[in-house]
Write a protein that binds this ligand. Structure first.
Ligand code: FAD
Length: 394
């Protein structure tokens, strides 16, 4: 049976980021993916490389600081894929967050970025407001700050290519079906995902296994024998609509008229993207946009951009819609307020398996660094092949 140091299951941004870093650190890496590279959550996000201004409201300062540091690194390492973009926050009479609160939040945000090149903001002159296309009635102020935007799928593919160039082996269209754990490591059985191809299952021995299967994370743990403990999670679907409407001048940070959540209106490929929703689902295999989500997103858009017509008219302008699934720890409270930090779990009973729950596209390099630390503690340090902090991505 073939053997590797680290087998990674799932080639979303988390898995490819770990593969790149682990291979660069001198380990023999195999990455197994049941579909294509980065085709699931990592192709269905809001495509922002950002600190997450709104996380300041529930005190997630360390997540924001870490994300802003990663934003800075990605702007340097992947300038063709990660680009600065202005964000506009309009404040209306009756908005939940007034000019003082926004000014305070943006000051803290700039401070947490250590005043890097994007760490500044300003109040937009009223003469510029009409160019944003927003309804002007009741508008009191507009703030502009900066974050970055990417093509999430292309970024994931670029990291996978970098991992492969370093020597990582990536197998796509293969599904892991069984993980047998013992005192020395794990034997993974996997097979062609296309069940019409009658191929025998293949096996590989791995000293360490990293489960980065996104929303399928607990389904993957069900494949482990002997059985392993799982963290209770919530799966929350986020949907986006792409409208055949010319793109806005930047990203509009809007307060939902239904529940005060933040919803973004985003320029995307010459059109207008709106997202996102938060709908609890039972299984990643049940994801799919609902009529209630379409009503929610179009209702908000029609409210702020009345010149583009009412909800019914906007429905005819939907070019595409997509859903991604967030993995959030099960806790009391609204999904919107639950922490977005990545959770990593390895247990005494199964010391060769690391499981990754949740996270953000923006922080994939940080997640990879922590996962590699876990692997190095088990495998020892190897002669390094490359410094990923200097490898450009394109
Ligand atoms: C709606 C939404 C918007 C978001 N917006 C942003 C944003 O703007 N900025 C940001 O930083 N973050 C954002 N995020 C978070 C970010 O998108 C995710 O954290 C990230 O994409 C998760 O990547 P992943 O690799 O963990 O999971 P995934 O990309 O889902 O990858 C998991 C992979 O595992 C594979 N897999 C599963 N089971 C098996 C098996 N048995 N065998 C083989 N392969 C398997 C799947 O096919 C899949 O490709 C958003 C998330 C959502 C849901």
């Amino acid at each position: 049976m073939d053997a590797v140091d680290i087998a990674i299951i799932g080639a979303g941004i988390t898995g490819v980021g770990i593969a790149q870093r682990a291979q660069a650190a001198g380990y023999r890496v195999l990455l197994l993916e049941q579909g294509g590279i980065g085709e699931q959550t990592s192709a269905n996000s809001s495509k922002l490389i950002h600190g997450g201004l709104r996380y300041l409201e529930n005190g997630q300062l360390s997540l924001v600081r870490q994300s802003l540091a990663q934003r800075k690194a990605l702007l340097t390492l992947a300038p063709k894929l990660v680009k600065p973009v202005p964000f506009y926050i309009p404040i209306y009479q009756g908005s939940q967050r007034g000019p003082l609160a926004i000014r305070a939040g943006l000051s803290l945000y700039a401070m947490l970025s250590e005043f890097d090149t994007l760490g500044h903001f300003n109040a937009v002159d009223a003469k510029e407001w009409p160019s944003l296309g927003l309804k002007l009635n009741g508008l009191r102020a507009v703030f502009r700050y900066w974050d970055a935007q990417t093509d999430d799928h292309q970024l994931t593919v670029a990291v996978a290519k970098s991992a492969q160039a370093l020597g990582a082996q990536i197998k796509t269209q293969v599904q892991v079906e069984q993980i047998s754990h013992d005192h020395s490591g794990c034997v993974l059985s996997f097979r062609q995902s296309d069940k019409t191809i009658s191929a025998e299952p293949q096996q590989i021995f791995a000293k360490c296994v990293i489960n980065s299967t996104g929303p399928w994370v607990n389904q993957t743990l069900d494949l482990v024998s002997p059985a392993i403990e799982k963290v209770d999670i919530e799966l929350v679907q986020g949907s986006h609509l792409l409208l055949n409407i010319p793109p806005p001048a930047g990203i509009l940070y809007l307060e939902s008229i239904f529940d005060k959540r933040v919803v973004f209106v985003i320029p995307w490929q010459g059109k207008t993207l709106i997202g996102t929703t938060e709908t609890a689902i039972d299984s990643p295999d049940k994801a799919g946009i609902t009529q209630a989500e379409i009503h929610y997103l179009l209702g908000i858009y029609a409210h702020y951009f009345p010149q583009h017509g009412d909800e019914n008219h906007l429905r005819d302008n939907i070019v595409r819609h997509y859903c991604g699934i967030r993995v959030l720890p099960k806790q009391q409270g609204d999904a919107f307020d639950l922490p977005r930090e990545t959770l990593m779990r390895s247990s005494k009973s199964h010391p060769h398996i690391l499981t990754i729950y949740g996270g953000k596209l923006t922080t994939f390099r940080h997640t990879a660094k922590e996962a590699l630390q876990w692997a190095s503690d088990r495998l020892g340090v190897r002669p390094i092949k490359a410094d990923v902090d200097k490898l450009s991505l394109d």
